[in-house]
Design a protein around this ligand. Sequence first.
Ligand code: NAI
Length: 212
Amino acid sequence: MAKNHKDISMAVIRRLPKYHRYLKELLDREVYRISSKELSLMMGFTASQIRQDLNNFGGFGQQGYGYNVEELYKEIQKILGLTTNYNTVIIGSGNLGQAIANYTNFQRFGFKLMALFDTNPKLIGMKIRDVPIFDIDELQEFIDENKIDIGIICTPKEFAQDIANKLTKAGVSAIWNFAPIDLKVPEDVIIENVHLSDSLFILSYLLSNQEE
Ligand code: NAI
């Protein structure tokens, strides 16, 4: 039996993007069924971990058949909310903000970039892939006029809390924060922090502990 999505543990949820990625790759290769053993060889999770994880989503695995890749992919998409469209804005249009704006793949999954914001007069008025960069002072008005779901913070850390306050005051319900600071937001605002350095430091650990 499928569990109610709300009952699935965060540990399982955090593994779902990886399942989503591999299942998409299988579909692109026109592979429509796969055993937990084959999936385990591809993904580096144990077969029993995969069975446990995927049991949360109901009867997609059948003895002797394996998993129906398309059904599983669709269910994971649904759980991850990727069947919904979200409007986003980027605050801080420097190196990182522009890199994210230039990455078109997020749009394919329903994340539409509506505008970027900055304080730098040299950037204000420019466009990145047809998306305008506005003055930060126009943020509130822009959010009032356009339904914005997600604010993406790419400013230096000293400004990030003030930006988070502005976004939440304007009614944005989720923040994707790249600034290296713990932001305080009201309880009903969802925040997800990204630290590329966490992954880099794991790489460094593995490199420095590599067997001779
Ligand atoms: P950058 O200096 O190229 O860009 C920052 C931009 O923010 C500038 O255009 C600046 O004018 C703008 N800005 C400053 N105050 C602002 C305000 N109050 N409102 C709107 N815009 C404002 O810096 P970069 O390299 O793009 O880094 C941006 C942030 O992302 C930094 O906090 C950095 O530490 C962080 N970062 C995080 C990473 C991660 O993995 N989480 C990776 C790389 C950077």
